[in-house]
Design a protein around this ligand. Sequence first.
Ligand code: THU
Length: 136
Amino acid sequence: MTDYTQLLAEAMKARENSYCPYSGFAVGAALLTTDGEIYRGCNVENSSYGATNCAERTALFAAVADGRRRGDFVAIAIAGGPKDGELIPCPPCGICRQALSEFADAAEFKVLWATGEDIEYEEHTLAELLPFGFTL
Ligand code: THU
């Protein structure tokens, strides 16, 4: 099993840039490509609430805007918890699962999230988290 400790550390670094004045919940994500590049993202909130973007989609959209496409992604690490507080398990929301499935083979792509401060994490395939995901 691959050790994603470094990717998780990148997600924790990304979390430092979280803009979350409304929820006070800071999330960072790090998306690994097949050629070893890492795209970072954080949650970016908005006073309308609805315009908020999750950390996972921020990372994914940065990668896609940089020219990355389906087949380019290996795994995403997520680190979330109260701003200035300790990490708590933060599995991706349903919209982010669907967004990731657009650009990754769900049976292969790994999703992991920090379970606490000790660089420990839980790992699943995207298919486990999004069975029967919608595709065209
Ligand atoms: N959030 C994420 O960034 N990723 C998730 O997987 C779940 C939720 C953000 C959205 C919002 O800014 C805050 O966490 C509270 O929901």
